[in-house]
Structures are given as C-alpha cells and as structure tokens.
Design a protein around this ligand. Sequence first.
Ligand code: ADP
Length: 460
Amino acid sequence: MKNNKLLVLRSFSEGGKILIAAAEVTPIAKVGGLGDVIGALPKALAKLNLDVRIIMPFYGAINRNKYKIKLIKPNIKIGAETINLWQTNLPNSTVPVYLIEHGFFKGNEIYSTALADGPEDREKFVFFSQAILKCIRAINFKPDVIHLNDWHTAAVATLLKTDYKNDRFFKQIKTLYTIHNLANQGKTKTKNYLAEGILNADLINTVSPTYAKEILTEEYGAGLEKILQARKKQLYGILNGIDTDFFNPQTDRLIKYNYSAQALKNKTANKQTLQRQLGLPPDKNTALVGLVTRFVWQKGIELITEEFSKLNCQFVFLGMGEKKYENALLALAKKFPNKFNVQIKFDEELAHQIYAASDIFLVPSRFEPCGLTQLIAMRYGAVPVVRSTGGLADTVNEKVGFSFKEYSAPILYKTLNKALNIFYSQPQAWRRLQINGMKQNCSWDKSAREYLKIYKKLLK
Ligand code: ADP
C-alpha cells in the first residue's frame, strides 16, 4: 500500500494531469486579474513537467484565426444541447487550451455586468461547468486534478460530489478551488455557486496569504466567513505572480521606448510621449500618477476627490466599470484638464504605456485578494502607493513603495503627498525605491511550486 502511494506521487510529479478551468485566459479573453493568472500559471506548471491543459468558453469575440483555433470534437451532447470542442495552444507555450462553443458564449462580452454575476452569467457558467465534464469524457482526458477558478466553474466540484459520484471515469478526479475574488459569488435566492465550490472542492486556496486570513473574518468574508472557517484546514494562500515576459519594460513592444533598471532615462521619454498623446502638459519634471483598474466598489476609486487637484502631479486613470465611478472621474478631468486624464475603456496597449510612463501607481483598494497592478507597476519602475490589505500588504513594503491602512480620502492624500515629497526632494532615495521594485522577483516560478505541493496533497 505504502509503495503504491509512492508510485502515484512519483508519476504525478513527472507528468500529473491538471485541467485548469476558467472564464478568462489572457491574452485570448481577459477582463482582469483572473485572465492574467490563467494565462501565466500554466506555463510555469508546464516547466515543472506537469501535463497541464486549460478549458474555457469560446466567446464570440475570440479571434479564431489569430489564435489558430481548430475544431477537435463536434457535436458533444449535453441533454438537449450540443457543443463543439475546439483547441489551440496558450500563445508562446505548448499548453493546450480547449474552447467550448455554444450559443451561450456567442456574445462578445465575457460577463454581462461589471460585477460578473448577472442572471445570464449564472445560466451560462453553470452550463460551462457541465460542459467541462462532458468534454473531458468525450476526448478521454482524465485529469488527476481539475483546478477550478472563481464561481464560474464552482459547479464542477458540486457535480463531481453528486451526479458523477459513482461514475467510474470521474471517481478518482480531485478538485482544487481557487478563490480569486470573494465578492463575485454567482448568487441567486436559493443558490450560491461560490459557497458550493468552497464546500465541495477537495482543497481550496486564495491568491495571497493575507487574503486567506482576512476572508475568515466578518469584515472580509463577504458573508461566507462561517463556511470558510469550517474549511480552514483545507484553505491555503498562494501569492500570484505576473507573466514577466509579457510585462517586461526591456522588450515590451506596446511601449515606445524600452528601458531597464540600469537605464531609466527612457522611462521619462515614455512619460513625455504619454503626456503629449493624452493632452496633458508635457513636463518631464512633473510626477505622473497612474491607475489602471476595473472601476468598481472594491477598488477605492471614490477616495480620489477634487482635493487631489491641489497635489503637485498629474493623474492618468484607465478603466471601465460602474457608471457612478466613471462619471465621478470624468467630472474631475473636465474640471481640471491639466491635472486629470481619464480613459474609459479596456486597452491593453494604453495600460502598458501607463505603467511605463508613471512615476507613481495608485492601488487604494477596499480589499484586494492579490492585486496584479502593483506588481506590474513595480516591474516598470512606477512606485506603488497602496492600501495595506490582502496581497497588497504581502507585496508592497517600505523598500519598494508606500502604504496606508485606514480606508479614507485624507489618508490616501497624505500618503501620496509623502511619496511626492520624496520624488521631488530625494531623487536618490526615489531611484532606490524604483530599482528595488524592478528587481523584485514576481515571476510565477515560486508560486507554481506551491501549487504543485497542493496538487500532490490532493493525491495523498
Ligand atoms: P482584478 O482581477 O480585480 O481586476 P488585478 O489587479 O488582479 O485586478 O488585475 C487587473 C489586470 O487587468 C491587470 O493586468 C491590469 O493591467 C488589467 N486591467 C484592468 N483594467 C484594465 C483596462 N481598462 N485596460 C487594460 N488593462 C486593464
């Protein structure tokens, strides 16, 4: 028996089969951090010799030719419905990506609302979850672990524990459920998909050690703290990384001037280019403060008030989401056009240009499971000013940036002002902050090894 166990473990680490199921995969279809994680973690897992594959919906907006997507299995039945299964590789890798085609995913939007859990979303992602299990049987790919992500795929854990419980094909399959954001739950009056995922998955993790602790409390638990406490022993916190090839100021093709920690002059050239492009006064000596995010309650947009126009800097905000936040920022830009520039859209290229151009980068979130923008900002030499919560607390210390605890506009103002004072009066100390941030290792390699440990635990 003991020997058997060893055998399983050995063969697992040398080619264990992992199926990662998610609603977003960068660069194929992205809304936020979930996409970035699924676009990068599998590549790091593949380097650890795992047979890792991804499954996602085939959204209408996905470019079939650009990603060379091929039909591999037509006419898979799910009750009265029929789906087609397509396949490509994650760009710049050999990781297979399966895409499920059905009328539910035809629309161009990944989610129907900014909060990603409208009624249409629930119907379509529950269908996605059912389809995942039908597809793997249809292509006879039996993973050791199905790695589920957020509420969109949570129903898979429930199906395996109920409808498929005695099915020989699925019996051995274990699940890991990663919570990227507890705020979006896929909730109806009678059901809560995220809660079901927490209860039915074999192991659970979230995307930073601090958030893993925070969500056990009433303040951060979003109503699920009790069930999370009940599964505390199966709950892990693993910090996200970023794709350090995709986000690399030395090679990034989306920015005008490439640069490195040793040669930061070109960073200033990027700032002047962006100032001109957006119509801000082109002044290389004025600090540029950037922010790229979904404009939703979580992100602390409301902390940026008219008062901030008094600070000696320019702001550039890129994002989209809830109208009230978009309008509040647009009003600032209208009133102070030389100070605030606001771009309401999703624009990967502009996002990279903002990271490259900014001296300071804001992340004033109410809560933040991990947060990727502060990691990307640091890699581009933009010094982060963040609220110390969740993954922001785990990744930004005084060697690389500035943080504040209390969620309030005056405290954010004060912290930003402190950063600006150092920017203007202590250039050497500033340079040190930038270089420390740029040298911080935020690649996925370390975290991928943590995920491997969890996959191995599942097979014990
Ligand atoms: P979340 O997952 O809550 O959206 P993260 O910080 O984890 O937040 O990840 C956000 C990711 O989405 C980053 O890669 C960021 O650059 C990107 N992003 C967010 N909004 C936009 C936008 N409007 N245009 C381009 N990229 C965006």
